[in-house]
Structures are given as structure tokens and as C-alpha cells.
Design a binder for this molecule. Structure first.
Ligand SMILES: *Cc1c(COP(=O)(O)O)cnc(C)c1O
Length: 415
């Protein structure tokens, strides 16, 4: 089947990007599994779901949406986002920058990692036309100014966009992103003042943490950004409200997208900063529903299923973080389903930590040879694979199926 590609680990950032096969329509997951009977994990990308979610987000957000590439750099995913109207990309490494530039010569790429190598800054600025850089320290500001101001770099007729990343107090997100990066209010204000004379545009950026289900977190962060801007006493051009927008999991139904946008708009209005633009850096919310992985059961021991993918593959967040993902059984041989039961999974590696407790709800007669489709893996799932213990084989296909779970505000009928 020509629609199937091999999926090497860390592939997307380095492998040759093949052109999209124009064989239409795309197959569906159940049909593919029946035909291929895959004995290695099969990654199923749903381009239509990704485009729809991107369209919903860009329509609802009153500013520019930068897709956070780390969430899933697969070219098929990036193309679906572009199709859905995404033109801005938040990159954190020079490999991400180069990949996006190769795919989309006209994209706006923003380098939003607060600690960059000098070479990455230079290559982004000179070769890849990246104009915006984030920082949370005076040393990083100095580094950016030196590397974009060198002789060969000075030929660029622009001044860098400079964004100060603000640290936030705990917000109740599933994953905190302020323990490692971000300046406190006083430092951020000083950095804004120091950066202003050198900045083509100046911004304040924050991240409330990933999978944040509380809209108020954005309101509080926006108020803090306002405090920083007042303390700095300089003109700011952009407030970047970051990512963190949640997606649905079997035990989590987040408030609808509109609730987050209403909170952001209200908090922004309270700051009364005419002329300032809003940016956001969504990752998870745009792509989580856009990929699943079909795994095969290799052995059953009571309530535990030994499957051919695990925490060193696409299922990392189901391990220590305990994420529950939606599952559906695709049977090896047709038989009547037994009542549902709760199951845990063991991954293929020899490490006892390669366990996913779930629980995952499946028909009680699930057996060796059956396939399980695991959904909502488009974000921080299909891109986290490693080659550990030699279990690095997987295939990749684009499919026509809908998302396995709906997230309020992102489906066409909600728009
Ligand atoms: C990871 C990350 C994002 C995306 O976060 P999500 O929770 O996936 O929306 C955005 N911006 C920065 C700086 C990040 O590190």
C-alpha cells in the first residue's frame, strides 16, 4: 500500500520529506488494519481533524496563532495545520526551524525557546529569516543582540523582535512550564526596558502550563503581564498568551474553547493597551485529536495486556503521568464482544517502568492478536518515540477517520 510510510524514531526532523501521496480518498483505520494486519505500531494521522481544529482556534482567537512545533513536527501534521489556516510557527530548535522553512517558504517562524545556542540564533536569523526571539535573562538578550548584529548578520535590514518570557505562579495545569523558564515581575520589567531600544517589536510572553483546564489561569497571567508592562514604563507591541489550551481525554471534559477566549479577551480589555496585539502558541489543542496509534496485543495475563508500543514509544504520557487515552478494540478474528472490563498495558521493552495503568476500558474477551486503537496521541505522543530496546519500528499513514474524542468548541457543529 503506497500510503504507508516507514516511521523511524526522531524521523520528522531529519528525514527526507516525501510529497503527499495524492491517492484520495484516504483509507479508514479499521479497513487498513483488516488489510495490513500490522504487527508493528501503526500511526494514523487524521489531517481533516487537524485542519478543523486549527480553523476553530484561529477563528476564535483575536490575534495570531503560532503552532508550537514540538507538540508534533510530522510533515503531514504541519501540512494539515497550514491547510487549516496556520501561518505562524513557534519553534524551539534549529531543526524545527529548518523543517518548517523547507515545508513552507512563506511561513512566519518565531524562535520561542528562552535558551538558544549562538549558532542556532545565527542560522535562524541569517539563513531562515526568523525575526522573533524569546528570552528570560539579560545574558540571553546580550547573546541575541550579538548574534543578530554580527557583520554577516547585520546585512539583514531589520531589528530582532524581542519577547520577554514571564514566569507564572502555579496554575493547576497538568504540566508546569514555569519551573524552568521565565523571569519574575521585576526582572521582566528590567528586561523590557533593556530590550526596547534594540527591538523591532517588543513583547511579553507566558505559558500557563500544558493541559490547563482553568480559563482563569489566562486572566491571572494577563494581569501579571499588565503589571510588568506598567512597571517597565515602555511601549510593548505584543502580548503572547502561550499554549496550554486543553484537549479532552476519557476522564476530562474541559470547558469549551469559547470560555478560554472570553477570559483572554476580558482580561486584555482590562489592561487597556490600545495598539497591542495578541499572540498565542497552541500545541496540544490543535493536534491531540489528529493522531492515533494501532497496537497489537502480544500476550494477555489477566487484566494486563502486553502490547507492542509503550512509554518509550508513543505512549509516554500514559506512563508516569498516568494519562488515560481513548481506546477501541479491532478484533483479530470476528467474535461476539464480552462486557467491558478495565485493563492495564505493559509496553514491549524489558523495563518495569514501561507500564500504563490506565485503566483502559475494553471488551472482557480481548485476546492475543487483537489490535487496539489508542487515540488523542497527536500531541506529545506520536513524536516522543525512541529506539530503546530495539522497539523502534512503526508505520505511518494518513486516514479519513474523525477524532476518537470530541473537544468542545473544536468540532464543525460547534462553530
Ligand atoms: C510546549 C510549548 C507550547 C505548547 O504548549 P501546549 O500545552 O501544547 O499548548 C507553547 N509555547 C511554548 C513556549 C512551549 O514550550
Amino acid at each position: 500500500m503506497s500510503l504507508l510510510q516507514n516511521r523511524p524514531p526522531v524521523g520528522p526532523l531529519h528525514r527526507h520529506i516525501s510529497l503527499r501521496p495524492d491517492a484520495q480518498p484516504l483509507p479508514d483505520v479499521a479497513g487498513m488494519v483488516q488489510t495490513l494486519r500490522p504487527e508493528e505500531p501503526l500511526h494514523c494521522i487524521r489531517p481533516a481533524v487537524i485542519s478543523t481544529h486549527a480553523r476553530a482556534f484561529t477563528a476564535a482567537f483575536n490575534g495570531d496563532a503560532l503552532y508550537a512545533v514540538k507538540c508534533n513536527p510530522e510533515p503531514a501534521v504541519l501540512r494539515a495545520l497550514w491547510e487549516g489556516g496556520i501561518r505562524h510557527f513557534d519553534c524551539a530548535s534549529i531543526s524545527e526551524v529548518t523543517l518548517v522553512r523547507r515545508l513552507f517558504p512563506g511561513a512566519d517562524i518565531h524562535f520561542m525557546h528562552p535558551v538558544k545556542s549562538r549558532r542556532a540564533i545565527r542560522e535562524a536569523w541569517i539563513i531562515n529569516g526568523v525575526r522573533d526571539f524569546v528570552l528570560d535573562s539579560a545574558d540571553e538578550l546580550q547573546k541575541i543582540l550579538e548574534e543578530t548584529g554580527r557583520d554577516e548578520a547585520a546585512a539583514v535590514a531589520a531589528r530582532p523582535g524581542l519577547f520577554v518570557r514571564l514566569a507564572l505562579p502555579e496554575t493547576g495545569a497538568a504540566i508546569n512550564l514555569s519551573k524552568k523558564f521565565g523571569a519574575d515581575v521585576e526582572t521582566a520589567a528590567a528586561l523590557l526596558r533593556a530590550a526596547r531600544p534594540h527591538a523591532g517589536r517588543l513583547g511579553v510572553a507566558f505559558h500557563v502550563g500544558s493541559q490547563c483546564t482553568n480559563p482563569q489561569a489566562w486572566g491571572e497571567a494577563m494581569a501579571l503581564a499588565g503589571e510588568v508592562i506598567r512597571a517597565a514604563g515602555v511601549r510593548v507591541d505584543v502580548i503572547d498568551v502561550g499554549g496550554g489550551f486543553p484537549t479532552a481525554y476519557p476522564d476530562i471534559a474541559p470547558p469549551p474553547l469559547g470560555a478560554f477566549m472570553a477570559e483572554i479577551d476580558a482580561a486584555f480589555a482590562r489592561l487597556n493597551l490600545p495598539g497591542v496585539k495578541l499572540w498565542a502558541e497552541p500545541g496540544r489543542a490543535l493536534v491531540a485529536g489528529g493522531a492515533s496509534v494501532v497496537v497489537q496485543v502480544q500476550l494477555r495475563k489477566g487484566g494486563m495486556l502486553y502490547i507492542n508500543d509503550g512509554v518509550y514509544g508513543a505512549l509516554g504520557d500514559a506512563g508516569a503521568l498516568g494519562f488515560r487515552f481513548p481506546v477501541r478494540l479491532l478484533r483479530h478474528t470476528p467474535r461476539l464482544g464480552a462486557p467491558d472490563e478495565m485493563f492495564g498495558f505493559f509496553g514491549p521493552s524489558c523495563d518495569s517502568l514501561d507500564v500504563m495503568r490506565g485503566p483502559f476500558i475494553l471488551p472482557g474477551d480481548v485476546a492475543e492478536g487483537d489490535w487496539i486503537e489508542i487515540g488523542q496521541l497527536g500531541a506529545y505522543g506520536t513524536c516522543l518515540r525512541t529506539g530503546f530496546n530495539g522497539f523502534d519500528r512503526a508505520a505511518l499513514a494518513e486516514v479519513s477517520d474523525g477524532a476518537m474524542l470530541q473537544t468542545a468548541g473544536y468540532e464543525p457543529e460547534d462553530l
